[in-house]
Write a protein that binds this ligand. Structure first.
Ligand SMILES: Cc1cc2nc3c(=O)[nH]c(=O)nc-3n(C[C@H](O)[C@H](O)[C@H](O)COP(=O)(O)OP(=O)(O)OC[C@H]3O[C@@H](n4cnc5c(N)ncnc54)[C@H](O)[C@@H]3O)c2cc1C
Length: 580
């Protein structure tokens, strides 16, 4: 009898139509796809009780031509003024481009666009060619009291640049993406903020050819959004790359910045450290477009020695043993790994499905050895740096893992497989959502002593919703704690249901006492919880800085960082609804 071919869902695998709704919400490269593999598809079917037939007809692909009616409210004379400054080719009032400028990479943005909800657009998008253009526009908007927003890569997952008050949005990616200086003696590079990750990394990796340098360098900052996010966006949201355990978060890499504000230009110098009063760089980093427009950044760079990279992967019998091992690695003073990522039991099980290990002979052997499903935890990562250093860290780390009864997965090239798909995994989001399965993430920062409790509480909230996958990993580790990153997958296609879950998770994070964000920033999404967490004296201080730098409140108005929240926001209810 002929063997029946396994069922394969019909995943959308075409370049999305130009100027369609899908072109606005599809992540990344229009030509690139990563479809859920058989293991993940089967898991989804099992958890969500779906049948093969449910994967034959996508619910809503968003292929319709963008046709939103979005009137421009800004007076024509302001638009003419902008046009005179930057040139007609660097300004647009087209509804499609204005939507692109306001919607980011968050799930709420994707859900709204699938439902053709187009709201909160700037009236005009302006691409400055130079800091002088930025200065002119900032001065004009200040004098005329026109709201001013800004974007770099548009990958915000917190509604960071959503232009809720209309006005002008600056596009920093079109022109403001150049190198300003490279200094091999100090090992620094100064760039404009609209430069995207790959351009920066290419320049540094090719420093001998680009700058006549002696060596090759790396920026060491690789967020999952690396290919489509900008240096400016990283800095003002206090982002973290996947290799941050060794290289540091962006605030560890920034040495100097320039911001253009209504009150004047703030420029800091690239001293390695200084004792010159409170640190202005730290005050401005994380300002998310509310204190000024970032026009230049000086970053530390590192020698690029990919040939020295050492990879590792382990399986622990349980969460406790894995956490103890990770803490020991971070506190033992032998040096830090670069990528360092520990999956909790559910994420490990999902990985077993995705890597097609689930129910194989290898899986059965692991179970016999005591590495049981929904208990075992996978650690993977790599070590960068000098050859002797990376060898030493790998050797010491191995010893710690073995002391905690870990099974060595290093020979199975788990980390290499993870590296291969590290920037591709977000592409699965659209496929799943085409069939009404939503996947989203929330992250927070915790100390080691809080970690288990925060994990248990947030997870228990997410799992209280029936048929919901909740995967968590610890990444971006420190001697004192780590980032906890929650990924939830659920069958949801209504905005209200999504927001109910998302707000509930934010509330659970808040009640568990974690920092509301480790690297995504606050935006307009997390603002109410942020302001509650910080308390009135801190919010008062932030508002004082804001009112000095931006006395008319023109920069990113509408609740970002909780500085000027609407009553609806304060009540944690944005009243988002279908287009009327
Ligand atoms: C699939 C995916 C994966 C992600 N992975 C990570 C990750 O691993 N690590 C991480 O840290 N983040 C991650 N993010 C979140 C996002 O990529 C980061 O917040 C990133 O730093 C934003 O950069 P951007 O250039 O896209 O900024 P934008 O989205 O363009 O803007 C973000 C905020 O910065 C402000 N801004 C931008 N440029 C300027 C400027 N020149 N001056 C003043 N304000 C400015 C905007 O107004 C807005 O408030 C991810 C997002 C997605 C969609």
């Amino acid at each position: 009898m002929a063997k029946r071919e396994p069922f394969i869902p019909i995943w959308y695998h075409q370049r999305r139509p130009e100027r369609s709704y899908r072109s606005l919400f599809k992540w990344g490269d229009p030509e690139a796809f990563k479809h859920p593999n058989r293991g993940l598809f089967e898991l989804a079917r099992e958890v969500f009780g779906m049948q093969n037939e449910d994967f034959l007809q996508p619910i809503n692909l968003g292929l319709e031509a963008f046709d939103a009616d979005a009137p421009v409210r800004l007076d024509e004379r302001h638009i003419r003024w902008m046009q005179d400054v930057v040139g007609a080719e660097n300004i647009t009032t087209e509804a499609y481009e204005r939507t692109r400028a306001s919607y980011g990479g968050g799930m709420l943005d994707a859900l709204r666009l699938r439902q053709q909800i187009v709201e909160n657009l700037p009236d005009v998008v302006v691409a400055p060619r130079s800091p002088a253009d930025v200065q002119a526009v900032v001065g004009y908007c200040h004098a005329q009291r026109i709201p001013l927003y800004v974007y770099g890569g548009r990958s915000s997952v917190t509604r960071g640049m959503e232009a809720v008050a209309g006005g002008v949005t600056l596009d920093m990616s079109k022109h403001m993406n150049r190198v300003i200086a490279f200094n091999e003696i100090d090992q620094t590079i100064t760039v404009q903020p609209g430069m995207l990750g790959p351009q920066l990394e290419h320049l540094l990796n090719h420093a001998p050819e680009e700058f006549g340098a002696q060596r090759r360098y790396t920026c060491g900052h690789f967020p999952q959004s690396f290919e489509y996010s900008s240096v400016g966006g990283w800095v003002v949201t206090r982002g973290a790359g996947q290799n941050s355990t060794y290289y540091g978060k962006i605030e560890d890499l920034v040495l100097a910045q320039e911001y253009i504000t209504p009150a004047g230009i703030i420029e800091t110098k690239p001293y390695p450290r200084a004792a010159t009063g409170p640190d202005i760089d730290q005050i401005m980093m994380g300002s998310e477009g509310c204190f000024g427009i970032l026009t230049s950044v000086t970053l530390r760079v590192f020698r690029w020695m990919p040939e020295n990279r050492r990879r590792f992967a382990y399986l622990f019998k349980g969460w406790d043993a894995a956490l103890n091992a990770c803490r020991e690695i971070m506190q033992a003073e032998f040096g830090f790994p670069s990528v360092f990522r520990l999956s909790d039991p559910e994420e490990t099980d999902v990985a077993m499905h995705m890597y097609s290990i689930h129910n194989t002979p290898a899986d059965r052997l692991l179970r016999t050895l005591g590495y049981q499903p929904m208990q075992r935890c996978m650690l993977l990562g790599s070590v960068d740096g000098d050859r002797a250093f990376s060898r030493l860290v790998q050797r010491k780390l191995h010893a710690v893992c073995r002391q905690h009864s870990a099974f060595t997965l290093t020979p199975f090239k788990v980390t290499q497989r993870w590296e291969h798909s590290r920037f591709r995994d977000p592409y699965m989001r659209e496929d799943l959502q085409d069939y009404g399965i939503l996947t989203d993430t929330l992250e927070c920062a915790v100390t080691w002593s809080q970690l288990k409790d925060v994990h248990a509480r947030v997870r228990s909230f997410i799992k209280s919703r029936p048929r919901t996958i909740c995967m968590t990993h610890l990444s971006h580790a420190y001697p004192q704690g780590a980032n906890l990153y929650f990924i939830f997958i659920a069958r949801i296609d209504s905005i209200q249901e999504y927001l109910k879950l998302q707000y509930g998770i934010l509330q659970a994070v808040q009640e568990a006492g974690a920092a509301m964000s480790h690297h995504h920033g606050i935006g307009k999404q997390t603002a109410p919880w942020f302001s509650e967490q910080m308390g009135e004296p801190v919010m008062g201080l932030l508002r004082a800085v804001k009112s000095y730098l931006d006395p008319h409140g023109i920069l990113n108005p509408g609740g970002t960082l909780g500085l000027d929240m609407t009553p609806k926001q304060r009540a944690k209810s944005w009243g988002i609804g279908p287009r009327q």
